[in-house]
Design a protein around this ligand. Structure first.
Ligand SMILES: C[S@@+](CC[C@H](N)C(=O)[O-])C[C@H]1O[C@@H](n2cnc3c(N)ncnc32)[C@H](O)[C@@H]1O
Length: 183
């Protein structure tokens, strides 16, 4: 699905109003954005732009059906950690990792991406919304090791300019690198 359709879908749902409903019996709140899978071609571009190798640990924050971390494990031999708040997505991603033969390299964790421990990542992938990227930005800069690559499908990071941007399949992929800490 292209960014245009994704945004139209969100608009139809009343964007944050309906998809962000927080009042649930469940101790975890509802998702901040609905599940829309990244097309395979775009997944490949994200992993290529990040330069993923078998030495990487790829975290997908809001992992959906797990396709990004599963592909990272299958194609590059990387380790993957997928985090999602939606139990349906967790069940789906866990099953997909098992079926894809990478359950030993891919961990799927239910949790809120804003609260998760992401310090083990060497690559972080995102397909959220610009507002969520902006809210996440301080955590990325604080918790990730310098040199960690961050790739986002479609959405930017405001005035944090990407190191590289590429067009693929009618959408955009951005790459940033966590800078060295200022002393
Ligand atoms: C647009 S989908 C992207 C799925 C996947 N990363 C991909 O690119 O194919 C966003 C995902 O983020 C999840 N999500 C939304 N808010 C979240 C939160 N606060 N913590 C964890 N996951 C969240 C949704 O459940 C959904 O699966």
């Amino acid at each position: 699905m292209h960014r245009r359709d994704f945004l139209a879908g969100l608009g139809a749902l009343g964007a944050y109003g309906l998809v962000g409903a927080a009042e649930r019996a469940d101790p975890l709140r509802g998702p901040d954005v609905i599940f829309v899978p990244t097309p395979d071609e775009v997944v490949d571009m994200m992993l290529k732009m990040a330069g993923v190798t078998r030495n990487d640990t790829v975290y997908d924050l809001g992992c959906g059906d797990g396709r990004i971390v599963i592909t990272a494990a299958q194609k590059y031999g990387a380790r993957g950690v997928g985090i999602d708040i939606d139990p349906e997505r967790i069940a789906e991603a866990t099953e997909n990792a098992r079926r894809g033969g990478v359950a030993d390299r891919v961990k799927i964790i239910r949790g809120d991406l804003f609260e998760a421990d992401i310090s083990g990542a060497t690559v972080v992938t995102l397909y959220l919304l610009t507002d969520l990227n902006l809210k996440l930005r301080p955590k990325l800069l604080r918790d990730l090791k310098p040199g960690t690559r961050v790739v986002s499908h479609a959405f930017s990071m405001g005035d944090w300019k990407p190191e590289r941007t590429a067009e693929v399949a009618g959408t955009t992929v951005h790459l940033w690198r966590i800078p060295a800490r200022k002393r």
